[in-house]
Write a new protein. Structure first.
Length: 197
């Protein structure tokens, strides 16, 4: 079986109240694609997922957000779940961590309402994102442009609506996005090496 993301370390940023089915669907697909997904959280040892209309399962945290560096990971995934985002917004480490991926032009996926939290902490100003109606006012207030398409890709950011019925398609789109960014980065390195030779 092909492992298109072999060797990549993927940070999954969550806090209690994250969208559990979404997170586990992407986590499973990343493992199958050869990547090494790691859960980064403001929670100390376990993060509590939200499933439908109530709390779901607990998931072990690999690294506390305060100790995590964007430089140690190749890709960032931020699942939806406003309860978790409210908690993430309370620490400056969230801006530092996400900002590190944005500045280094590493692939970032924002699912559903994650774009609202990212807009409010100021890491996606001027970017175009896919967004549901309920988060659009917050995006407008923070100079983020709304696209009518899902998924939307702007530079190194992929954003998509959280649609459980299209989860497999969403996962496949994300893996292709990361593959393409990886190929572009590799080509740029080769071009630089040829120019230096």
């Amino acid at each position: 079986m092909q492992k298109p993301l072999a060797g990549l370390n993927v940070a999954i940023l969550i806090a209690n109240g994250f969208h559990e089915i979404e997170m586990t669907s992407f986590q499973r697909a990343l493992l199958e694609a050869g990547a090494s997904p790691k859960i980064i959280s403001v929670e100390s040892s376990l993060a509590h997922g939200w499933q439908g209309k109530g709390w779901g399962h607990y998931h072990p945290v690999d690294k506390h957000l305060s100790d995590a560096l964007a430089a140690d990971y190749d890709v960032l995934l931020v699942p939806s779940g406003y309860r978790g985002h409210e908690k993430l917004k309370q620490t400056a480490h969230t801006r530092r961590f996400i900002g590190g991926f944005m500045m280094a032009f590493k692939p970032v996926l924002a699912m559903g309402d994650a774009v609202k939290m990212m807009a409010e902490i100021g890491v996606i100003k001027g970017m175009m994102v896919a967004a549901s109606e309920d988060v659009r006012p917050a995006l407008a207030e923070n100079a983020v442009i709304v696209s009518e398409n899902s998924p939307t890709i702007h530079n190194n950011l992929m954003s998509m609506l959280s649609e459980p019925e299209n989860m497999q398609e969403s996962v496949a789109s994300f893996i292709t996005f990361v593959e393409n960014m990886r190929a572009e980065a590799s080509k740029a390195e080769d071009d630089d090496a040829q120019q230096a030779a």
